[in-house]
Design a binder for this molecule. Sequence first.
Ligand code: GRF
Length: 192
Amino acid sequence: MLVSGSGTNLQAIIDDKIPVALVLCDRPGITSIERAQKSEIDYVIVDRSDFKGQRERFTSEVLKELKKKSIELVILAGFMTIFTEDLITEFENRILNIHPSLLPAFTGTYGKGTMTATLQAGVKVTGVTVHIVTEQVDAGPILSQEAIEVLDGDDEDSLHQRIQKVEHRLYPQTIRQFCTQNFNTTKMKGQK
Ligand code: GRF
């Protein structure tokens, strides 16, 4: 799993007993690291601040770490660095992402920024999308979506809270379905 922040989706996936081989973080000091430690999952930090203006070098470092662990499926959950196409080519159709809107609405926005854009647009319905990552940001094939209502009086926090509640159910469920269709899933029955 590739993460940059609090890692509540990471936690939901761990709690669902989906075996996570590696947590890769693009910055130190984030709560996701504590979550990995607590669940005794290997983690590595590829600090994006060491690769300023060097997306290719950053990507090849990430690739190196994934290969070391023979990773089969890459799950992005709030990962804030956009990598180059090398990784997407290497893991074609094997990288999933979750986005806090009903794509293709509000592409290219992140976290709270998506909430701001949603509220500013005045839409009455928004939601969550899980999709396959392709070279174009937020534009890969959609695997699952769930709608939620935007309520009168919602602010970024209240909306994000309801979105996350859906994410924590939809992401593990979609990953399981994806694996059932694409991998030999016997390994998924028991952790580790
Ligand atoms: C989620 O809302 C996800 O949709 C977006 O980034 C956020 C990550 O949250 N891509 P968390 O770190 O899993 O709590």
